[in-house]
Design a protein around this ligand. Structure first.
Ligand SMILES: [Zn+2]
Length: 321
């Protein structure tokens, strides 16, 4: 079986996707509307909080203070109607750190209405980051968030979170040169180290280590932006609203089939594909069919997301051979 459900349930990881909801247009008995929190070291990026997100956070053991960024792909209700509740809960809980909120700039008016949908005393330092076109939208300590336009029926963007690349130390080369203990750290910090009368550079005893990459692709047809976001990603969260039989509907309404999600992951050389945003026409019994259709296009690992799953971000992509 190339796919698994509930991977890592209950596991503790510094970098993981907490799935708050997995339904598209209408929730079902087993699926809440969309919502995802990406925990990344000390940061928490909330993606597309649909209706009911605040309560799902409670079930998932996520508090409002965990949120340090909010990324909204577009303003259809299943991707944003949870925003008013989440923002007000952050103020209720006295979350005072800066929270950056990204969303398509074309719909600034909708964001403003959601932010001020009800009366409350706002104490959170929410920084609005309307996104026009693409490029870097957030620079955090250990990653940057980039956006790309997608092809949907309303302005839509996808996101990519990328950690800067580093270097992986090579124990064999270190040992051959007799570099051990605190000298290893010294070499990493200084970039070079005098060993037995000669200078050893960091490059001689290490290799490039690509940073971890995460992609979040919601409502869209196949488009360049989707492939660019997924490029080399360790984890791709992708909508798979429809099955093959409904491919014409998917195109008409600006969505992907599960097989197309698989194709994006395959062409982008992704490692793990998380399928979500399921149409209410497929209930749980139907879901394996979607995973099978994605697996026909993508040979990597596929997770069919369920509400409240915690899915660890896989280890960094290995360097290209
Ligand atoms: Zn939509």
């Amino acid at each position: 079986m190339p796919w698994a459900r509930g991977v890592g349930s209950g596991a503790v990881s510094d970098r993981e996707l907490v799935v708050l909801g997995t339904a598209s247009q209408a929730p079902t008995r087993s699926r809440n509307h969309n919502g995802y929190l990406l925990r990344w070291d000390g940061e928490g990026v909330l993606f597309d909080p649909g209706e009911g997100t605040q309560r799902q956070m409670l079930f998932a053991g996520v508090s409002a203070s965990h949120i340090t960024g909010i990324c909204i792909t577009h303003f259809h209700g299943d991707h944003c109607l949870g925003l008013p509740g989440v923002l007000q809960r952050m103020s209720l809980d006295r979350v005072r750190h800066t929270v950056q909120a990204c969303y398509p700039a074309q719909n600034q008016d909708v964001f403003t209405r959601l932010r001020h949908a009800a009366l409350f005393r706002e104490v959170t330092n929410l920084r609005e980051r309307p996104v026009t076109g693409g490029g870097t939208v957030i620079e955090a300590a250990s990653f940057r968030v980039e956006a790309q336009p997608l092809s949907h029926s309303v302005p839509a963007i996808g996101y990519r979170l990328a950690e800067p690349g580093g270097r992986r130390m090579l124990p064999g080369k270190l040992a051959a040169l007799g570099i051990t203990g605190p000298d290893v750290g010294r070499l990493q910090r200084q970039g070079s180290l005098a060993v037995g009368g000669r200078l050893v550079s960091l490059e001689q005893v290490s290799e490039p280590r690509p940073g971890q990459r995460f992609a979040f692709i919601m409502d869209t047809r196949l488009c360049d932006g989707a492939f660019a976001l997924a490029d080399g990603a360790d984890m791709v969260v992708c909508e798979s609203t429809f099955a093959d039989a409904d491919a014409a509907l998917a195109h008409k309404y600006g969505h992907l089939t599960a097989r197309q999600a698989g194709r994006i992951a395959a062409e982008a050389g992704a490692r793990l594909l998380v399928l979500t945003h399921f149409s209410q026409r497929y209930e749980h019994d139907d879901s394996p069919r979607l995973a099978d259709q994605a697996a026909a296009a993508f040979g990597g690992q596929i997770v069919l997301a369920s509400d409240l799953d915690r899915i660890p971000v896989p280890p960094r992509h290995p360097p290209a051979a």
